[in-house]
Design a protein around this ligand. Structure first.
Ligand SMILES: [Zn+2]
Length: 521
C-alpha cells in the first residue's frame, strides 16, 4: 500500500486508542490504496505517546479528519489549530506578503477610482454642455427718446423708441406702439446701436480658471469689467482653456451669469516647436506641454476634429509664430491647409495669427478666413497681398491697441500697421473689431477706437466693425448686427453719439442681450 504523509498522521492519531479515529484511518488508507481497508493493514509504526507528524495544510486526509471526526478531549490539539502551529518561517512570510499585496491592490484601486472621479469633476463635468440652447428673456421693454443707429448704413432715428418683447426686437421707429405693461427704460438722449462684438478675446487669465466652480458674483464682476461694461454682447475667444470657456458659456446661457454670447476656438494650434516666446515666458510648462503643435497634416486635421467635438466654434492657427524676438516661425503650409480644410468641412471659420509676410502668405494660401491681427512685421506686405486677401474674402481684426500697449509705442513700429489697416480697408477688405483683451490686461476700449480713427475709418465704419461685419462673417445676420424687428434684442446703449465723438463708443450706459439687461452703469 502506498501511503502519503497524511496517511501516517491519521494512523498516529488513530493509534491513540480512539475507535472513531481507527475507522477514519481505515477510510483514509482505503482512499489512498487500491486495497480493501483492513485493520491488519494499519501502519506498523509504534505509538510513541506524541505524534511527531503533523498534518500539512491542505492535506486531503487532514481535511477529512476535521470534517468527519469532531475533536475529542483525548486529542492533544484540536484540528483547527493545527495549521497555525504547522506554519514554518517560510509560510508566515508568504502570508505576510499575500496580505501586503492585497492591501496594495486595494489601495491602488481606491486611488484610481478617486483620480477618475476627480478628473471627471474637473474636466468632463464643466464641459458637459458644449452648446447650450439660447435662452431669451421674457417680458416687454421699451427704450424711449433714443437716438437709434439701426445699422451703419442707415440714417439714425433721432428721437425714437425700441420695443423688446420676449428677448426679440418687436418694433423700432419714431413712435411705435408700446404694449401695455412694458417696462420703460427712459434713456434721455442716449444712443442705441446693435450689440457690439469683440472678435478677439481670451479667458486665459488666472481669474477664469476653474470657472465651473467659481462664485457667480465674482464671475459676473469679471465679465462686466472685461466685456459687458464695454458694450459687448457677443465675443470670440481666440484661444483659451476650453474647460473654463465652455463652463463660462454654459453658466451664462443658463442664466446663472450675466455675460455675452461666447464663440470659442478652444486651444490654438501652433507650428512644430512654435510656441510664441511671450507664451513660453509666461505660461506654466505643463500647460505648454498640452498646447497642440501638430507635426503632420493628419495630426493637424485630427486636432481640429477633436477640438470641434469638445465645443470649439472656430480654429485658430499660428500661421506665423514669434518664437523669439525678431524671429517668426511660419506654420508649414500642408499642416495649415489640413487644419483649414477640416475646419471648413465642419462649416466653421479659421482665424490666423499671421505676424509677418510669411505667416500672412500661409494664411492666404491655406484658405484661412480671418487675420486675428494686422501683420505687425510689415516688411513685404503690400497692396498686391491685400488685394489677394480681399479677392479671397478674408477679413482682418487690427488689434491696434494691443500692439501699442504690449509691444511698443514707437511710431516707427505702429504707423506702418495703421497704414496696413487703411490700405486693406480702402481695397474693400472687411474689418472686424477685436482688442485681444485677456492677453492684454487693459480692458478699456477708447484707445482702440482712437487708433482706428487714425487709420482713416469713419464712425460708421467702426460701427460696422462692431456689429454687421462680424454678424455677417459668422453667418448670423438674420439674428444679430442691426436693430431690426425680429432680431435678437442685443443692444448697446451709449451716453453720447459716436458720430460726433469716437470716444462715445466707449461710454456704455447699458448692455442688453436677448432682452436681458446684462450691464447697467
Ligand atoms: Zn490673442
Amino acid at each position: 500500500m502506498a501511503l502519503g504523509y497524511g496517511d501516517f498522521v491519521f494512523c498516529d492519531i488513530e493509534s491513540n486508542s480512539l475507535e472513531p479515529a481507527q475507522d477514519l484511518c481505515s477510510k483514509a488508507n482505503w482512499s489512498s490504496s487500491e486495497s480493501k481497508p483492513s485493520e491488519n493493514k494499519h501502519p506498523k509504526r509504534p505509538f510513541t505517546g506524541s505524534s511527531r507528524f503533523t498534518p500539512h495544510p491542505g492535506d486531503a486526509g487532514s481535511v477529512q479528519h476535521e470534517s468527519q471526526s469532531p475533536p475529542t478531549s483525548g486529542l492533544r490539539e484540536p484540528p483547527h489549530k493545527l495549521p497555525r502551529n504547522a506554519l514554518g518561517p517560510e509560510s508566515k512570510s508568504e502570508a505576510r506578503m499575500r496580505r501586503w499585496f492585497i492591501w496594495l491592490a486595494r489601495t491602488v484601486a481606491m486611488f484610481a477610482v478617486i483620480v477618475a472621479i476627480a478628473a471627471w469633476l474637473l474636466i468632463a463635468w464643466p464641459m458637459r454642455v458644449t452648446h447650450p440652447a439660447l435662452k431669451l428673456a421674457s417680458g416687454t421693454l421699451a427704450i424711449q427718446h433714443a437716438r437709434i443707429y439701426t445699422s451703419p448704413t442707415a440714417a439714425p432715428i433721432l428721437d425714437g423708441t425700441v420695443v423688446i418683447v420676449d428677448g426679440r426686437i418687436s418694433a423700432v421707429g419714431p413712435s411705435p406702439e408700446i404694449p401695455a405693461g412694458a417696462i420703460m427704460l427712459n434713456c434721455d438722449h442716449c444712443v442705441v446701436t446693435a450689440g457690439f462684438w469683440n472678435a478677439h478675446v481670451h479667458f486665459t487669465e488666472p481669474k477664469w480658471s476653474m470657472a465651473n466652480w467659481q462664485s457667480a458674483q465674482k464671475l459676473d464682476a469679471q465679465l462686466a469689467d472685461m466685456l459687458t461694461s464695454r458694450g459687448f454682447t457677443t465675443v470670440v475667444d481666440t484661444g483659451s482653456n476650453p474647460i473654463d470657456t465652455i463652463a463660462l458659456r454654459r453658466r451664462i446661457e443658463s442664466g446663472e451669469l450675466r455675460g455675452p454670447f461666447i464663440y470659442t476656438a478652444g486651444p490654438a494650434l501652433y507650428p512644430p516647436h512654435g510656441i510664441p516666446f511671450y507664451i513660453r515666458d509666461s505660461a506654466p510648462s505643463w500647460l505648454q506641454f498640452l498646447m497642440p503643435q501638430p507635426g503632420t497634416p493628419k495630426a493637424a486635421s485630427d486636432d481640429v476634429e477633436r477640438d470641434i467635438r469638445r465645443g470649439s466654434d472656430i480654429t485658430k492657427l499660428f500661421t506665423g509664430s514669434w518664437v523669439a524676438h525678431g524671429t517668426v516661425l511660419p506654420m508649414p503650409l500642408d499642416l495649415a491647409k489640413a487644419a483649414v480644410d477640416r475646419t471648413h468641412l465642419n462649416g466653421r471659420l479659421v482665424f490666423s495669427h499671421p505676424s509677418n509676410l510669411a505667416g500672412t502668405q500661409v494664411a492666404i494660401q491655406s484658405g484661412a478666413d480671418v487675420l486675428a491681427h494686422a501683420p505687425d512685421s510689415t516688411a513685404g506686405i503690400d497692396r498686391t497681398l491685400f488685394s489677394t486677401m480681399v479677392h479671397q474674402n478674408m477679413a482682418m481684426i487690427p488689434t491696434l491697441k494691443m500692439f501699442a500697449t504690449t509691444v511698443t509705442k514707437d511710431p516707427g513700429y505702429l504707423d506702418p500697421i495703421y497704414a496696413e489697416v487703411h490700405q486693406f480697408h480702402s481695397l474693400g477688405g472687411q474689418l472686424i473689431f477685436g482688442t485681444d483683451v485677456g492677453y492684454m490686461h487693459d480692458y478699456t476700449t477708447g484707445d482702440e477706437f482712437d487708433a482706428l480713427g487714425h487709420c482713416g475709418l469713419t464712425p460708421m465704419d467702426i460701427l460696422a466693425m462692431l456689429t454687421t461685419a462680424p454678424a455677417s462673417r459668422f453667418g448670423v445676420s438674420q439674428m444679430k448686427g442691426t436693430v431690426t424687428p425680429g432680431k435678437l434684442a442685443d443692444l448697446t446703449i451709449l451716453d453720447g453719439d459716436p458720430a460726433e465723438d469716437l470716444a462715445a463708443f466707449s461710454r456704455v450706459r447699458m448692455t442688453i442681450r436677448s432682452g436681458k439687461v446684462i450691464y447697467q452703469r
